[in-house]
Design a protein around this ligand. Structure first.
Ligand code: KG4
Ligand code: ZN
Length: 333
């Protein structure tokens, strides 16, 4: 069975081809360079980019997989959550293909797809696991018992983890997207005179990354200028606080639900300090840790095809009334 995955929820136009449960091709074209000068994603630019690139990206994925449109058996598309105009391009494209090819269509929740991104090469899924999704738009913790049995335990109450990286980088005068830049700077020092922390939100698996942004802002306002050492030391201290919050909540969820498996996905899962700290803590707690390679941390269509295929096998279907939904992080679909 051949599944075509389509992803256009934010600034990546992506297509992937899966044969059975194995990924054959995954193609991504990002419009991030078109947003750089604005310091964040401009929805209208993102959706116009999807319109221009969706056909080419899909053709490339099919070519790389050595398959043709007529051989496709199933079309999986990101329905929610994301930027409405961006989602609409992918959903309309997938519906048109489904109608023209007379092939079934399946709707995929983007956040849930991220939960499975560390397992794209797995033949058998090791359920249950605790999943952490950390990206530019979302930060969520979930207990995953099966492809269609996902219970969200907590999410951010304000900014997403990646969003806080991007906003702090902007305050420091660093380029967009800020996550990789802060990561790189922080690696050049072993400590920092600055000390920040995220709101602990005790007895909850929710996160908060807004307060730490304000702590950085007030710290910068008290300084005469933002020198290169200050950029580095603040990057280090900020990143440490965010990583501590993400890691301790995730370990806490594993303990609470007695699950010895943790999977992490989303763009922030590329962060070197987060990966290192997770490895240390999980080794100490005897928790199996699953981290995707960088290409599958960030937005991609392989994870959409993967979850779509497994949901299809469990009897889920979508029809041509399918519509894009901007919200729905923890919705049941
Ligand atoms: O998953 P993703 O590609 O797109 C969304 O769905 O949002 O994540 C993008 C986010 C951006 O906020 C970016 O700054 C962050 O992931 N990011 C990182 C790193 N690489 C990307 N954050 C921290 N450290 C990194 N190395
Ligand atoms: Zn994402």
């Amino acid at each position: 069975m051949i599944t075509l995955g389509i992803e256009t929820s934010c600034d990546e136009t992506a297509a992937a081809v899966m044969c059975g449960a194995a990924i054959r091709a995954s193609t991504v074209s990002s419009s991030v360079h078109r947003h750089e000068q604005f310091g964040g994603i401009i929805p209208e630019i993102a959706s116009r980019y999807h319109l221009s690139f969706i056909v080419g990206v899909t053709k490339t994925a099919l070519e790389q997989a050595g398959t043709t449109l007529s051989q496709i058996d199933l079309i999986a598309v990101t329905q929610r959550p994301g930027l409405l105009g961006s989602l609409l391009v992918g959903v309309s494209f997938a519906k048109a293909l489904s109608y023209a090819l007379r092939k079934p269509l399946i709707a995929v929740n983007h956040i849930k797809a991220h939960l499975f991104s560390p397992f794209l090469a797995c033949r058998r899924m090791p359920f249950p696991f605790i999943g952490l999704v950390v990206s530019g738009g979302h930060t969520s913790l979930a207990l995953v018992r099966d492809f269609d049995r996902i219970r969200f335990l907590g999410k951010t109450r304000d900014d997403a983890a990646g969003e806080s990286f991007d906003k702090v980088a902007k305050m420091l005068g660093l380029p967009y997207p800020g996550g990789p830049v802060i990561d790189r700077l922080a690696q050049t020092v072993a400590s920092s005179p600055f000390n920040f922390h995220c709101a602990p939100l005790k007895d909850s698996f929710d996160f908060s990354f807004s307060g730490i942004k304000t702590q950085v802002l007030y710290t910068l306002q008290a300084l005469p200028n933002i020198s290169a050492p200050v950029q580095t030391e603040i990057s280090y201290a900020f990143q440490k606080a965010v990583v501590d919050s993400l890691v301790e909540k995730s370990i806490g969820a594993c303990r609470r639900y007695k699950v010895r498996r943790l999977a992490v996905g989303g763009g922030v899962a590329c962060n070197s300090a987060l990966r290192r700290r997770l490895q240390e803590r999980c080794a100490g707690e005897k928790i199996n840790l699953h981290l995707p390679p960088a290409a599958y941390c960030v937005d991609n269509a392989a994870m959409i095809a993967f979850l779509g295929y497994h949901l299809f096998r469990r009897g889920k279907r979508a029809d041509l009334y399918l519509n894009a939904l901007p919200t729905g992080e923890s919705g049941n679909d």
